[in-house]
Design a protein around this ligand. Structure first.
Ligand SMILES: Cc1ncc(COP(=O)(O)O)c(C=O)c1O
Length: 446
C-alpha cells in the first residue's frame, strides 16, 4: 500500500536518528526527525508537533528594542531583576489583566518563562525544610519535569482531568497532607489539552496552598488565549482567572512567546506577591546565600542562572507592554487566529474518525485555541504518532505529557494556515480509508 509520504524514506530516517521509540520522542527530537524526512522526501508535513508561534512579532516591540540598541544598552549589564521601566509595566499588566496588585519590586523578566519556571522550582523546593517535592497537575509541558530532574527535585503527578470540579479538593489533599509538597504546578490554559480551570477549581487550589503552606506555580504561557471570553481590555472585566485571587502563596509565570509572538526573544515575566517575596524560608541560605525568599530569588537564583535578561530585549518588551497597558495594542485580537484554525482543524479530524480526547471544561466545551488533543480508535498515542508520519502529519503523544489514562496526541495549530487545510483533509481522508473502523485497526506501517 502506498502512503502520502514514501514509507521507505520514513523508515530510513527513523533508523538514522536511532530513536528507540518515535512515539515517545521528545518534541525537539520529533521536530528534527520530521525536518529530515521533509528534506529527504521533498514533502511538506502538516507540522503540529511543536508550539512555535506562526505569527510575526509586533512592530512596537521590534522598534523599542532597536531604539534601545541604538542608544548603546548592549554594552551595559542590565539589573538582574529588570530595568525599572519594564518592572513597572509588568506590575501594571498583572493589575490590568488579572486584577491583582503586585508592586514592581517583585515583578521581573526572565529568559523565557521557561527560566521563570526553573527558578520557581529551585526556590520553592528549597524554601522549607522537609518540603522538597513538586506536584504536577497533568497533563503538562514535558520539559518542566526535565527541569525538575536536572536540579534533582522529586515530583509527583496526577491527571487532573479525572478530578475536575468537586473531586479536585480530596485528590489534591491526598498529596498535600503528606507534608512534603513544596509547590504545585499547572498551565492554564492547559498545554497540551487546552482545558481551563474554573474559578471554583482555582479557589480550591488556592485555599489548599494556604492551608498546607505550599506554593502554586501558575504557568500562564497562553495568557489571555481562552478566546471564549474577551480578556483583551485593560482594567476591565472579565479578568483572566487566576489562583492569585485565592491565596498569597503563588508565583505567576507569564510567557511572551505565544500571546505576544516573541518566542525567539526568550523573554518572559515572573510576578510574586509581596507577602511571599518578603517572607523567609529556613532552607534557602545554603543554596542562595539568604533565607529571604525574594533576595534568594534575585541575588541567588537569577545571579547564578543568567544574571538577568538581555538588555535591549527588556526595552522591547517594556515598549510593547506599555502599549498593551495603555490600550493601544490589543494582544488578544492579534492571536485569535489560532482559535479560528483550531475550530476548522478539529472538525477535519473528527469528520475523519478521530475523537477529541480532552473535550470538556466540566460542563462546557473546551475553547478552540493553540492546542487540541486527538485519538483514533485502535491506536495508542505512541502508535498513532508514528503511523501519522506516513500520512504527512506530525504531532506528539500525550504519553509524554503525563496523561495517565488518556491515549492520544497533542496537535498544535500554529504552523497550519488555511492554505494547508485541503492537504490536511486529503491526508486524513486517506488515513481513514486505510484504517477503517470495522476492520481490526491493524497498524499498517510501523
Ligand atoms: C506550558 C508552557 N510553559 C512554558 C512555556 C515556555 O515559554 P517560554 O517560551 O516563555 O519560555 C511553554 C512553551 O511552549 C509552555 O507551553
Amino acid at each position: 500500500m502506498t502512503t502520502p509520504i514514501d514509507s521507505i524514506i520514513i523508515k530510513r530516517e527513523i533508523e538514522k536518528m536511532g530513536l528507540t521509540s518515535v512515539g515517545l520522542a521528545s518534541i525537539r527530537e520529533l521536530n528534527r526527525l520530521v525536518n529530515n524526512i521533509e528534506a529527504a522526501a521533498n514533502e511538506t508535513y502538516i507540522r503540529m508537533e511543536m508550539g512555535v508561534p506562526g505569527l510575526d512579532p509586533p512592530r512596537i516591540a521590534i522598534d523599542a528594542e532597536i531604539d534601545a540598541l541604538k542608544k548603546g544598552v548592549g554594552s551595559k549589564y542590565p539589573p538582574f531583576d529588570g530595568i525599572p521601566e519594564l518592572k513597572f509595566e509588568i506590575s501594571r499588566f498583572v493589575k490590568n489583566f488579572i486584577d491583582v496588585a503586585i508592586g514592581p519590586e517583585s515583578c521581573f523578566p526572565t529568559v523565557g518563562s521557561m527560566q521563570g519556571c526553573y527558578m520557581a522550582m529551585m526556590c520553592t523546593t528549597r524554601r522549607l525544610n522537609g518540603k522538597n517535592k513538586i506536584l504536577f497537575l497533568d497533563p503538562g509541558f514535558p520539559v518542566n519535569k526535565r527541569q525538575a530532574s536536572v536540579i534533582g527535585v522529586p515530583y509527583d503527578h496526577f491527571d487532573v482531568y479525572d478530578y475536575r470540579g468537586d473531586k479536585l479538593r480530596a485528590k489534591l489533599e491526598s498529596y498535600l497532607e503528606k507534608g512534603d509538597i513544596a509547590s504545585v504546578m499547572y498551565s492554564n490554559p492547559n498545554n497540551p489539552a487546552w482545558f481551563c480551570f474554573t474559578d471554583q477549581e482555582l479557589q480550591t487550589i488556592g485555599e489548599l496552598a494556604t492551608e498546607y503552606d505550599c506554593i502554586v506555580m501558575e504557568d500562564l504561557a497562553y495568557f489571555g488565549m481562552d478566546f471564549r471570553k474577551d480578556y483583551s481590555v485593560p482594567g476591565q472585566e472579565p479578568y483572566i482567572p487566576s489562583v492569585a485571587k485565592y491565596t498569597d502563596n503563588y508565583i505567576l509565570l507569564i510567557s511572551s512567546s505565544k500571546s505576544f509572538s516573541l518566542a525567539g526573544q526568550r523573554i518572559g515575566m515572573t510576578a510574586i506577591p509581596e507577602r511571599l517575596f518578603n517572607s523567609e524560608g529556613n532552607n534557602l541560605e545554603p543554596y542562595f546565600g539568604s533565607n529571604k525568599f525574594g533576595y534568594a530569588y534575585i541575588f541567588g537564583a537569577m545571579y547564578a542562572l543568567s544574571s538577568g535578561v538581555s538588555h535591549s530585549n527588556q526595552w522591547g518588551l517594556a515598549g510593547l507592554l506599555k502599549a498593551v497597558n495603555d490600550g493601544g495594542y490589543n494582544f488578544v485580537d492579534s492571536v485569535k487566529v489560532y482559535g479560528d484554525r483550531a475550530k476548522v482543524m478539529k472538525k477535519l479530524f473528527t469528520d475523519n474518525g478521530f475523537q477529541i480526547v480532552y473535550d470538556m471544561d466540566e460542563d462546557e466545551k473546551i475553547a478552540d485555541g493553540f492546542y487540541f488533543t486527538i485519538s483514533y480508535p485502535g491506536f495508542s498515542g505512541v502508535e498513532l504518532v508514528e503511523e501519522l508520519l506516513y500520512y504527512g502529519i506530525s504531532a506528539i503523544s500525550l504519553t509524554t505529557t503525563g496523561s495517565d489514562k488518556h491515549e492520544g496526541l497533542r496537535a498544535c495549530v500554529s504552523q497550519t494556515g488555511p492554505d494547508r487545510f485541503d492537504d490536511l483533509e486529503n491526508r486524513l481522508k486517506t488515513f481513514k480509508e486505510d484504517h477503517p473502523k470495522d476492520s481490526e485497526f491493524k497498524i499498517i506501517h510501523m
